[in-house]
Write a new protein. Structure first.
Length: 224
């Protein structure tokens, strides 16, 4: 039961603290090795976002669903959710934001990473594809990740767009620690989490949960 709660962001018993973020205890040593390897190549590999709880993800979700926080499409254009049919609203949000209970950030094995040494101290990180493109500030980091992530058991599940989540070159995943919790993040455990909470659009989500799960949770890139 605890594993189902960890996998859906409702228990924190799998986590430890590192550099102001929370991460999976089983991912810590490999992440520290990855940072040292990067440091040797002049890269300051840092976590922008690590573990995220169900309630934090629900807040992000609700703010997008209710129009408090902007929703962008794959070309970074603002989307008017009110102009869309209910099911399309879900797809528009899920391009960049997971359903609460269905985020890989619940695992603590997945992090959004950046390199603060290549930008000004007051730089506002956006986590958009331009920043990681070949003329962006994190181009060197992006190329380094392609070359070295696999050496310490990491990969990028959203490296390319495969019809589910948008391409997110900044999102890295520690394969072995994610694997355990992935098996516990199922339509049943996600539905249980949703049923016990206030999530906007819940009545539209639950009848479509199996297809949403297939498209956004199971559609992942293979390790590089
Ligand atoms: Zn991420």
């Amino acid at each position: 039961m605890t594993l189902a709660l960890c996998a859906t962001g409702r228990s924190e018993s799998h986590l430890c603290d590192w550099q102001g973020h929370r991460l999976n205890r089983e991912a810590l040593a490999d992440f520290q090795r990855l940072q040292r390897l990067a440091q040797g190549d002049g890269i300051d590999l840092r976590i922008a976002s690590g573990y995220r709880s169900f309630s934090r993800q629900a807040m992000i979700w609700n703010n997008k669903y209710l129009g408090v926080r902007p929703v962008y499409d794959a070309t970074q254009q603002l989307v008017d959710l009110t102009a869309l049919p209910a099911i399309e609203r879900l797809h528009a949000i899920m391009l960049y934001s997971a359903l609460p209970g269905a985020s890989r950030h619940h695992f603590g094995s997945d992090f959004d990473v950046w390199d603060p040494s290549t930008v000004a101290e007051d730089y506002q990180l956006q986590l958009n594809p331009d920043e990681y493109a070949s003329n962006g500030p994190f181009a060197t980091l992006n190329a380094w990740l392609s070359e070295h992530l696999h050496e310490l058991g990491f990969y990028r599940p959203y490296l390319k767009y495969l019809g589910g989540v948008a391409a997110e070159p900044w999102h890295i995943s520690h394969i072995s620690s994610a694997e355990t919790l992935q098996g516990w993040q199922t339509p049943a455990t996600i539905a249980d989490a949703l049923n016990k909470s206030e999530v906007a659009g819940k009545d539209e989500i639950l009848p479509h949960l199996d297809e949403l799960y297939e498209r956004y949770v199971l559609t992942l890139c293979a390790p590089e």
